[in-house]
Ligand binder design. Structure first.
Ligand SMILES: [Ca+2]
Ligand SMILES: [Ca+2]
Length: 138
């Protein structure tokens, strides 16, 4: 758990740093691929969404959402990730959709930095903030 101060430019820098971004996204992917078959199933991705505030914020999910609505939402999110509609999400698809989500978040943040409390030190926003901090330190 950590507190980061982040703005749109920090997130964009992170996404544009392809090595760093892909490495971070791949780490997430690896952690989510519970049965290690190299792709994410619908249920693996749903487990991930439920633990990722990022996704919930981006897609407008809140605590008042009913279970039926949630299932519909998660299904529609899965379909966004599953670009070739083969029923699983591979590494490339995961990277591509995450990039879009991060850029949309960056746009939402704009140039006014906000303070975020992140429960997961490995979250992508945390990595974005770390990258920014390491650049400032250098
Ligand atoms: Ca899997
Ligand atoms: Ca797919």
């Amino acid at each position: 758990m950590g507190v980061v101060i982040i703005d749109g430019a920090t997130v964009i820098d992170f996404v544009n740093n392809e090595d760093q971004f892909n490495k971070s996204v791949d780490e997430q992917f690896q952690a989510l691929d519970l049965n290690n078959d190299g792709v994410l199933s619908r249920s693996e991705l749903r487990t991930a969404f439920e633990s990722m505030r990022l996704i919930e914020i981006h897609y407008g999910i809140d605590v008042a959402t009913s279970p039926e609505e949630l299932t519909r939402l998660y299904d529609s999110i899965f379909d966004k990730f599953d670009l070739n509609s083969n029923g699983t999400v591979d590494r490339e698809e995961f990277r591509a959709e995450f990039k879009k989500i991060m850029l949309a978040i960056a746009e939402g943040l704009g140039s006014s930095p906000i303070q975020m409390v992140l429960e997961d030190d490995n979250s992508l926003l945390q990595k974005a903030a770390d990258l920014e901090a390491s650049k400032k330190a250098a």
